[in-house]
Design a protein around this ligand. Sequence first.
Ligand code: C2E
Ligand code: MG
Ligand code: MG
Length: 638
Amino acid sequence: MSRRIALFILFVFTLLLFTLWTLVKFNDAYNALTKDTQLSAWALAQVEIETLDFTHQGEKYLLSEEETKHDLNLRFDILWSRYDTFLNSDETHDIRTHYNSGNVVEEAFAILQKYEQGVVKGDREQLALLLGEMEDVYPKLRNLLTVNFTGLSSLKNRALIAENRQTVFIDMALIMAVLAFFSIRLYRDSKHQQFITWHDPLTKLKNRTYLLTQLKCLNDSKQKHAIVLLDIRHFKEINDTVSYEYGDRVLCEVAAQIKRKADKFEFSCARVGADHFAVIAGKYSIDFEFFVKSLLNDLNETLSRMDRSKRMRISMGVATCQDAIDNNNPYPTKFDTVLNNADFALNIAKKSHSQQIVFFSKKIASEHRKKRKLADQLANLLASSEQNQLYLTFQPIIPRRSDVLGCEALIRWHHPVYGQINPEYLIQIAEESGIAKDLGRWILLQVRHALAVEWHEFRHRIEVAVNLSDSLFDEELPQLVSEVLGTEPNFLDAVVLEITETMTLDDIERSSNIIKSLEKLNVRLALDDFGTGWSSLYNLNHLSFSKLKIDKSFVKNLSTKPNQTFFISAIVTLSHQLGIKVVAEGIEDASQLRSLMTLGVDEFQGYYFSKPVSQQEFCVFCKEYFTQHPLALDVTQL
Ligand code: C2E
Ligand code: MG
Ligand code: MG
């Protein structure tokens, strides 16, 4: 709650107290006034009663000889002192002035004073005169009481005061009610405001501000903590292809799932971006890894239920404060180090095709730094025309019955520090740093150059297999290929593009369209590494490949595992029925070649014939091949 609102509520509360206090005071004043009126009435009544008593005593004295002077004087003295007190005491000052009673009592007192001596002596004549004059004053005395306290106007005044008191009470109550109403509303608004400050309005989870504050608290209090960052990949596509409402539903469902799980383990969670969530584990233990994995399972289940096209995918980055400390400091120096580490791990997970969860570690961080450095260097090499670190090698592919010699282009990077970089690692770096397309174009250009220049004399008798990395296999591929190879002379029919099953599995229809466009260009496709992935026959049947390459792991185990023979034989039969040629790679000895030839394989690749060699060496190989072995391989000669 902000300071200003708290001050305002304090002010309203004080005002309420003040109003109550005023009411109490007003009530006291009213009661005091009533009491004062009652006292006044009583004093005047006493004057009247004493006057009446003296008159009666006087009349009795006049009528009966038996009445004593003593009784008369006693009444006279009482009346005298009553008048005297009334006219001179301070207590009766207000009565004398407010009700104009002073004059009347003074008039009566003057009569007493006038006949004082006569009454003291018991003189009946003087007494009769006194009573006679008193008779004129007595009605005036009585009037004082009736007019001021029992008369119509006095009753009206009292009713008016009572009515005013009621009105004041009602007004005050109304004011208090209005103040209370506004205070409650203000309190509610401020509570709502506070909710908005710390929560995400859509999912009702805590928000990024909360996450950062919580992390700061944990770090300041030196408490062990861990963070899981989650991202829904391809979430935007749901918004774009289904609807924003449905997108919101997915987010709410995912948020609820995360909250349920986090609550179970007493962790807190937050929505930190459009499709980004976080779990903060304040007290994590060995259970933590189990928590992360089971959360992923739950979310995978939720997403596959809500996204039938299976486009969305959860990626998770996990980091603990343990990974953020160094030797000098037992706790992370900056409160957001753990968050940055989790973000770092999340980015790796998002780029990975196989790993949905990445746990941050110093090793991963240094590996990532190395990859980034290599990616920068690779990008520079691709842009340079005078580099000699990056080059292609070519491994011959010998056909069984054809006068066309094949080869596979294989990338090589001789790094000045690290030596030969593993080609698969190189491709991974290019993919993760977003330069895979540049690398793909560079490879195609090298192939084109080799065909056009180095191998010019064998141009029509050579075909080159080019491996494609994941991001190259998209709708832009036909355009790229025709741009590089479709020029004059046209090398499109000399190229076989190798793709792996994982590239096509995601969306068969899309893959089929890309392959059809390539077919129109006269570019053939080979399915590489068959047998290592899903080995889906559905793929073979629905996507038109020209060749299928049996992975070298099958060739290697050919003599030891009889099952491999059945597998290869079945694949060869099926492929031939579909009009697909079968290539075997990784052939290292004559017995493997023999077996594969017996099984009906069409083309052969492996160290048995040649390791991958340079452009020039391949040219020498071609010369030798076309002069010495122009005809097909003969199994009986092996
Ligand atoms: P791949 O496409 O299956 O290539 C065949 C791999 O098997 C090559 O490894 C080749 O040197 C190796 N090989 C061939 N015959 C034998 C043999 O008899 N014995 C053994 N042990 N190995 C043999 P390399 O060149 O290390 O390439 C590995 C992988 O890297 C390739 O597998 C391919 O997936 C990828 N790669 C290589 N060059 C490129 C490229 O230019 N572009 C893309 N996208 N990927 C490439
Ligand atoms: Mg290949
Ligand atoms: Mg292969």
